[in-house]
Design a protein around this ligand. Sequence first.
Ligand code: BES
Ligand code: MN
Ligand code: ZN
Length: 490
Amino acid sequence: MRFEIVKSGSRIARRKVLGVALYENFTSEDLASLPSSIALLAEMFIPRENFRAKRGSVLVVPLANGEIQCVALAGLGPRESVGTDDYRLAAFNIVRTAASRGASSVSMAIPESSERLISRAIGEGAALACYRFGKYRAPDEDDRFAPPETTAVLGGDAKALSEGCTIGECQCYARDLANEPGNVINPDVLAKIANDLALEKGIKIKVFDESELAAKGMNALLSVGKGSATPPRLIHLEYAPKSPVAAAAIVGKGITFDSGGLDIKPADSMLTMKGDKTGACVALGVIKAASELKLPVSVHAIIGAAENMPGGNSYRPDDIIRAYNGRTIEINNTDAEGRVTLADTLAYACELKPDNVIDIATLTGACAVALGDTTAGLFTNDDKFGAEFLAAASTSGERFWKLPMDDENLRKKIKSPVADVVNSAGRYGGAITAAMFLENFVEKGCPWIHLDIAATDFVKEPYSYYVKGATAYGLRGIMAWLLALADADR
Ligand code: BES
Ligand code: MN
Ligand code: ZN
C-alpha cells in the first residue's frame, strides 16, 4: 500500500472512500475535513443511524453522484480514555470499508495522527485491513474485495505511517504462512520459504537438514520429527546491519502440524494445529520487517521445524533424549513436543551470544485456560527485560501478561527420576512448568523472554481488526520492542 500525506481537507476529497475518525461527543466541526455538502449529508445520517462514535463502530454514508462512493465514519470511543489501539482499529475500519467495496483509493482524517506512535498504529491498521486468506477459494458472486492502491492521510507522520504499514504487511505475510495447511507447508517447505525470503532481502541463511542435525547432536528436534515422512530442519537467518546497537535472537516454534504424536490428540483438539508453526512464521515476519525497516539491530531468526506425527518410527513416551546442550529429557507425553524442539533451538540461539533471546511458541493449552484467547503469556528470567518488553509492547495492541517463574514447589514437577527434566508436568500451572522446562536450555545470564501464543494465534470468531484464521500474534509486540531499542539509540 502507498501512503500519501496531505496537508488540507480539500485535497483529500478526491478519493473513492473518505474516512473520518471521531471521538464520542464529536461536533459538526469534527467533520470539517469533508467537503461541506458531504458533511451536511453525513450529519443527516448520524442521528438516523444513531451513530455515537463508540469504539470500533463504523457508519457508512453512501453517496449517489460523482466519484466518491461513500464516507466512512469510524468511532474512537471517549476522548478521555482513548488509546493507541483505538486509532489502529479506526484506520482498519476505514480501509476495510474501502477494500470490501473494491475502492481503489481511500482517505483518512484521524485526530492526533501527527503523534509518532499513533501514525505507526494507523499504518498497521491500514495494512491489516487489506488482509484475507483467499487463495484456495473462488470468490462469491457479489465479492468486490480489493485492497486500495493509495491511502491518503490528513496530517500524519510519514515515516511512522510507512513503518506501521511495513509492520502490518509483515504480520500479514506471517499470517499467510500460518494459514497454509500441513499438506502445503512441511519442514522442508518452510526452509525453502525462509530461503526465498533470505534471497529476496539479502539476509544470511543456514539450513541444517536431518544428517547435519544428527552430527550436531540436536536429538531433541530430531526426535520430535521422527514420526513424520518429512524430516525436521533447523533454519537460521541473520539480518546483520552495519554497526548494530544490539543483537536479538527470535526463536520460533515451527511444528508444521501437531497431531500429538503417539499421545495422539482427540479430533477436535487437532483442528487448527496447522497453526502450531505460528511462532516460526512470526520469526520470519520479524526478520523481514527488520530488514525492510533497516533497523540498526542485528536479528537472528531461529526456527526448529518438525511435524509431530504418530508412526512406526515416532519418538515414544518413556524415551530419554540428550538435547544439544547436553541435558537429558524424559518424554512422558509426545504431545508436549514444542518445548522439546525449543530445547535444541534455544540452546543453539544462546551459543550465538545475542544480547536478548525471545522465543515465541503456541506452547500450551494451559496458557489459553489461564489468560483466554486474546492475551499471550510472557515469562522471563530477567525482570528488567520483561518490563522493557511490556512497556514497548503496550502500544502494539497485542496483550501480554507476565506469569511467575519463581514457584520452586511447582518447579519440582519437571524433575525426572531418570533424566535431568521431564517434558510434561500435568495440568496445574501447565504454562508455567513449560516455561520452567525451557529455562533449562537457556544459558545462565542470557536475558530471555518466552511468549506463549497458544490460542491467541488463531481466531475462531472475528474480533477487532482480526478476521478468522491466523493472527501471527506477537509480531507487533516484538517489533515495538525492537523499534524502541533502535529509537533509544537515535
Ligand atoms: N500445540 C499444542 C498447544 C496448543 C493448544 C496450541 C491449543 C494452540 C491451541 C502443544 O504442543 C500441546 O499439545 N500442548 C499440550 C501439553 C500437554 C501435553 C502437557 C497441551 O497444552 O495440552
Ligand atoms: Mn502438542
Ligand atoms: Zn504443539
